[in-house]
Design a protein around this ligand. Sequence first.
Ligand SMILES: NC(=O)c1ccc[n+]([C@@H]2O[C@H](COP(=O)([O-])OP(=O)(O)OC[C@H]3O[C@@H](n4cnc5c(N)ncnc54)[C@H](OP(=O)(O)O)[C@@H]3O)[C@@H](O)[C@H]2O)c1
Length: 333
Amino acid sequence: MKAFIVTRYGKKEKLHLTEIAEPVVNETDMLVQVYAAGVNLLDVKLRNGEFKMVLPYKPPFTVGHDVSGVVTKVGSKVSKFKVGDEVYARPADHRIGSFAAFISMNEKDAAAKPVNLSMVEAASIPLVGLTAWQALVEKAGLKKGQKVFIQAGSGGVGTFAIQLAKHLGATVATTTSTANIEWVKSLGADIVIDYKNEDFETILKEYDVVLNSQDTKTLEKSLRVLKSGGKLISISGPPDPGFAKELGSSWLVQLIMRLLSYRIRKKANRLSINYSFLFMRANGHQLREITSLIEAGIIRPVVDKVFPFEATNEAMAYVEQGRAKGKVVVRMR
Ligand SMILES: NC(=O)c1ccc[n+]([C@@H]2O[C@H](COP(=O)([O-])OP(=O)(O)OC[C@H]3O[C@@H](n4cnc5c(N)ncnc54)[C@H](OP(=O)(O)O)[C@@H]3O)[C@@H](O)[C@H]2O)c1
């Protein structure tokens, strides 16, 4: 089958379109014919080699973390899906590879595709949707009446997280550049800060939760908009010891992560703020909850650009620029 693979790690490396064997389908797996694949910065960072320590994929390997498509084969123990079902998923780490004609995944990582979405729209959802869910519902326990600051409201995670936080009843502040302000408000944000001309630190006070997706400077400034007892959840690092443990990393990797996050954890402790790093995980159960919100019209997909499969490298380059308004998707069929 056709697949875009990483043959060598590197920022200047391109994915190579090649023929590889169809993936193996184990007892609890299903084979999905890929109709569309969402593109994430994680795909770019993996290709660059930035995740070698935590996700040691050995080239050659196929990238692509988001998929929508049709089930074409099921393992003997698959009970939730059958051949012909339309599904979407963020397959588990070490089972990735949606920039291909087919992908095999454990059935527990998938959910039925929302009936009101096209394949392209569905492929835009899983990774960012699960990230927002695991940050705001699972980690933050965000409640009605609380205040949350979601950075980069116009990005893939931001566009989803704003809608989810509004649904949970929170007041939502976000950042974006001048041109996107009105558009981000239309997603539900209550307070929109133009990060090119304003400093969020002087505007936001006593927040319950910050979802940080930017650099170290922004992370440290975020501490100062939180109230005592607030939660700072970062999806852009630095990783904390809890994450290293979750991964089952060696003592050396655990030590490195402890050191990497030492400074922010110390500063957070001093202000009685809880700092944690989130690296999202595959979760079909949570994806089903997301499906319900989408089918109820509470959350809508935001797709910026769609590229043909052959232009997967161009899609990666577009995402890498960091200017996407919502999601970028590659269409196979
Ligand atoms: N740990 C995890 O599980 C996890 C999961 C998903 C994503 N992430 C990480 O989270 C980050 C965001 O991911 P994403 O997919 O949402 O990215 P994205 O879609 O590529 O973000 C692009 C958006 O970011 C905005 N932006 C850029 N610089 C900004 C700044 N300084 N302040 C506010 N907005 C800014 C841009 O708006 P303008 O064009 O208006 O500047 C653009 O709309 C990435 O680092 C990604 O790797 C981590």
